[in-house]
Design a protein around this ligand. Structure first.
Ligand code: HDD
Length: 737
């Protein structure tokens, strides 16, 4: 039995180890007396780990990963196996004779098929359908007063990756369904990665994350038939939200035009929760994050959205990709609503920890603090858009969470989900997820570990690595949780009484919309509830609407053919004009205009050239629609034919001709090709701006929103002016009655 003092035993051991190891450690302090105390200063130099210093710029095969489009992934002259053995034939399996059977010994066949069999990874449990792009964020510097995060400093430029998504549909579902949209941004800051994982709707269905599986189970397709896909118009969704009335505010937003955005480029984004910011002096503020699109907030109309789901299910993905390729780089300002960090965490009576509430912009203006620009499309959808992993816990010094119970469940869920989706804990090593700040963690091994970590001391404290790495403090830009006082509390499964009001803000939202926007909400509720089979569910949702607005309730009930329940507790609430999308004008660059031409009319096409130049000067993308594809006179080319074009693809339509149908094309007797007639009728019905000159005047008469003139350039100028208002809303007014 050893009778020596344990401290002496450890000291002796450390002395021996230090003797043996210290001289071999480059840069280690030499001659310092060995000590039991943990070393406190970093050795010089402290190199970043090469394996995670920055995203790889080459794939394991040597292909550039961040390269511009058009670079071939395959290099070298010969096809090889995954072990680099050159292959003689990949087109035939190895068989006993030409007519088989196939031999089990064919290792190339087995490797090829094995890899193919495992090409798919599980889709995201929510937000499976998405599109993404790279870009940069530039800080304005005015947030420094309240936030010490380096990426908000004036002129600081930070690379970003943004993924937009729908919530409900599967990976292959259509883009323009009625749904909430995800707006998730990864800021690769030099102080570590910050993820802002938001939506295009500023409130959420639930106040507590423990209800997330319930709302998603209710909204996803029915578990028996797995229908409907990417829709909320079904019994289980309305069953849940009519019983769970805290969802009412979010549902109102979903049923409004916000549920069917024109483009990802024309969506607002919201961080939803209240976050806590801290400045260099340690002072804190509460904030809500907003993304404000430079092109304005615009939506589709419902029929357009439905047509697009069949006509071009990739509409939003295509729109984002094409805009970036064409140089119309989408931009958003990051804005902050700032509130004092008071002990009760409320502002003007609104509980800032309740994610079903907004703070109207009239009460707390949104202050712009930086600009996001998307500049580059992904080169490999799987590697970038599919494998990107966001997490609400990816925070940088200066930004911290609050006690919002919805946020706290998210802080668990986003890490956890990647274990299944990306196959283990090393998803941070996937190129798109690698921080751009040096990584010096002590996480080791696990599935899909790509780093070959050297050294023997991935633990702390250590002496074998000279104590490296060391703790940082605030001056070294460490993330230090804001020391927040926690009130004396009793463990309970309950929400605060301030979470109880489920109807004031839905009412505020509805009443803040223009009458036409309100009509859209009424029609959306009527449509969705009419798709339900259970009468009791419809009746119960009418009871909910009776607490929101009397007209909303009465008109939906009329549409459903059900009695109108008595309006209940309809308090006078203020309105927030900022919530309406109508009544503003916006830049038109990046919009898409279709031009109907006569492919054989060389004179008419000269005018089309002039129109195209005028559109180009305004940054608008013109697409020529002709009876046939291919080259046209005056160096023009047809990008769409009457068979492939529908008005839903365009923000406005110009008519340079009224082409008659080809004699053998369709069994109709009409002066104008019926597909062109349909295109004009739909553009008109969807309140789009229409312009006509020359032969095109046979298809359109001058009236508000329809420009008819002799000179194509004059037509274009007037069309662009009207397009700044997005649609010709006045055209729909007479239909309101
Ligand atoms: Fe979530 C994905 C946004 C509540 C659990 N969420 C996900 C994405 C967005 C949001 C944009 C897609 C990220 C991407 O593109 O990869 N989620 C929100 C917002 C919420 C919210 C704005 C409320 C304010 N989410 C929420 C709760 C939970 C989750 C309450 C669970 C308790 N969300 C997830 C998830 C996902 C996800 C299961 C699926 C894929 C992923 O995380 O990476 O963890």
């Amino acid at each position: 039995m050893n009778s020596r003092n344990p401290v002496e035993i450890v000291k002796d051991a450390v002395d021996k180890v230090t003797e043996r190891v210290t001289p071999d450690i480059p840069g280690a302090p030499s001659g310092d007396p060995p000590s039991l105390a943990e070393p406190t200063g970093p050795r010089e130099p402290l190199p970043p780990k090469s394996d995670q210093a920055a995203p790889d710029t080459v794939s394991p095969t040597g292909a550039p990963t961040g390269a511009p489009t058009g670079v071939n992934a395959q290099q070298d002259a010969f096809l090889t196996t995954s072990q680099g053995v050159r292959l003689h034939d990949t087109d035939h399996s190895l068989k006993a004779g030409e007519r088989g059977p196939t031999l089990l010994q064919d290792h190339h066949l087995r490797e090829k098929i094995m890899h193919f069999d495992h090409e798919r990874i599980p889709e995201r449990v929510v937000h499976a359908r998405g599109a993404g792009a790279h870009g940069e964020f530039v800080g304005y510097g005015n947030a420094a007063k309240i936030c010490k995060a380096g990426f908000l400093r004036e002129g600081a430029t930070t690379p970003v990756f943004v993924r937009f998504s729908t919530v409900l549909g599967s990976r292959g579902s259509a883009d323009t369904v009625r749904d909430t949209r995800g707006f998730a941004t990864k800021f690769y800051t030099d102080e570590g990665t910050f993820d802002l994982v938001g939506n295009n709707i500023p409130v959420f269905f639930i106040q507590d994350g423990i209800k997330f599986p319930d709302v998603i189970h209710a909204a996803k397709p029915h578990p028996d038939r797995e229908i409907p896909q990417a829709q909320s118009a079904h019994d289980t969704f309305w069953d849940f939200v009519s019983l769970h009335t805290e969802a009412t505010h979010h549902v109102l937003w979903n049923m409004s035009d916000r549920g069917i955005p024109r483009s990802y480029r024309t969506m607002e984004g919201f961080g939803v929760h209240t976050f806590r910011l801290v400045n260099d002096a340690g002072e804190t503020s509460l904030v809500k994050f907003h993304w404000k699109p430079k092109l304005g907030v615009h939506s589709l109309v419902w029929e357009e959205a439905q047509l697009l789901n069949g006509f071009d299910p990739d509409f939003h993905r295509r729109d984002l990709y094409d805009a970036i390729e064409s140089g119309a780089h989408p931009r958003w300002e990051l804005g902050l609503q700032v509130f004092p960090d008071t002990p009760d965490q409320t502002f003007e009576g609104i509980d800032l920890l309740d994610a079903t509430k907004i703070v109207p912009e009239e009460l707390a203006p949104v202050r712009p603090v930086g600009l996001l620009t998307l500049t580059r499309n992904p080169t490999n959808f799987f590697a970038e858009v599919e494998q990107v992993a966001f997490h609400t816990g990816h925070l940088v010094p200066g930004i911290d969470v609050t006690d919002d119970p919805l946020l706290h469940a998210r802080l668990f869920s986003y890490l956890d989900t990647q274990l299944t989706r990306l196959g283990g804990p090393n998803f941070t090593q996937i190129p798109i997820n690698r921080p751009h700040a040096p990584v010096n963690d002590m996480l080791r091994d696990g599935f899909h570990q790509h780093a070959v970590h050297a050294g023997v001391a991935p633990y702390k404290p250590n002496s074998l690595d000279g104590g490296c790495p060391f703790h940082a403090d605030a001056a070294d830009k460490a993330f230090i949780e804001v020391p927040q006082r926690i009130a004396e509390a009793t463990k309970v499964r309950r929400a605060a009484a301030s979470f109880d009001d489920h109807f004031t803000q839905p009412r505020l939202f509805f009443r803040s919309l223009s009458p036409l926007e309100q009509d859209h909400v009424i029609r959306a509720f009527t449509f969705e509830l009419a798709k339900c089979y259970e009468k009791t569910i419809k009746e119960r949702e009418l009871l909910v609407l009776a607490r929101v607005d009397a007209r909303l309730c009465a008109e939906v009930a009329a549409g459903l053919g059900l009695p109108v329940p008595e309006a209940q507790d309809l308090r006078d609430v203020p309105t927030s004009p900022a919530l309406s999308q109508f009544g503003h004008t916006w830049p038109v660059d990046g919009r898409v205009v279709g031009i109907v031409v006569d492919a054989d009319d060389a004179d008419g096409l000269a005018g089309v050239r002039a129109a195209i130049s005028a559109l180009g000067e305004a940054g608008v993308t013109p697409l020529i629609i002709a009876s046939r594809g291919g080259d046209l006179p005056h160096g023009l080319a047809a990008q769409r034919t009457f068979a492939t074009a529908r008005s839903v693809e365009f923000d406005a339509v110009l008519l340079a001709a009224a082409p008659s149908p080809a004699p053998d094309a369709l069994p109709v007797r009409a002066a104008v090709d019926p597909r062109v007639e349909l295109l004009v009728a739909e553009a008109y019905r969807h309140a789009k701006v229409i312009g006509a000159w020359g032969g095109g005047t046979a298809l359109a008469e001058a009236e508000p929103g329809v420009v008819v003139a002799d000179d194509p350039s004059d037509v274009v100028q007037d069309v662009l002016t009207l397009l700044a208002g997005h649609r010709v809303w006045a055209r729909l007014e007479p239909l309101r009655a």
